[in-house]
Design a protein around this ligand. Sequence first.
Ligand SMILES: [Zn+2]
Length: 227
Amino acid sequence: MAAPVEENTATAPEMSRQPSAHDLDVLSRQLGRPVRDVVEIPARCICGNPLVAATAPRLGNGTPFPTTFYLTHPVITSAVSRLEAAGVMNDMNGRLAADETLAAAYRSAHEDYLAARAAIGERSGIGAVPEIDGISAGGMPARVKCLHVLVGHSLAAGPGVNPLGDEAIAAISEWWTAERCYCDGAWDTAGEAPSRDLSRHGPQGLPEIVGRPAPVRKAAGTAGAGL
Ligand SMILES: [Zn+2]
């Protein structure tokens, strides 16, 4: 095993949602940068390692933050990047425009995203963040702009909530499925977890979705789009 395995207490999902110090260490290794403002682990590998991190709807520095679910597992993020590179989002956008049933289900996914974020804000003591009312992520409710966001949402919400996230999960089954652990060798487990940003531009649109760049880091040309 590449990473220490933590037993998941299947009887206490609320407990397993809480990020442990070990979870935060694993997240930093998965992403190649320190993480901040992670308030829950909404989806885990069968071995217990995080698959998705939930970021607070308002960051510690006060910034409203709409992108709640961030896919962190490198095996899944690269598999989803392959789908994006293959043009899957164009196909989905075409179908959203043509298929009213799909479009309605996708709008419901957007509503679920907002409700899940509000619940996370409440559980984490942050409360309502009116600046981002009605704003979800990934292109929802009408477009697909980032498949990683949709897959992160589907993994967090479970099947049957985000139809296009579910489709993307089915489409990566040759590289990742929920029934197996793909953690061994998927990230560097030697030495200290990254204390500054060693990653290239993140795959999910914004480089600082999980935590802002570390203050020690000089702008490396990837400061990104901001919010
Ligand atoms: Zn695993």
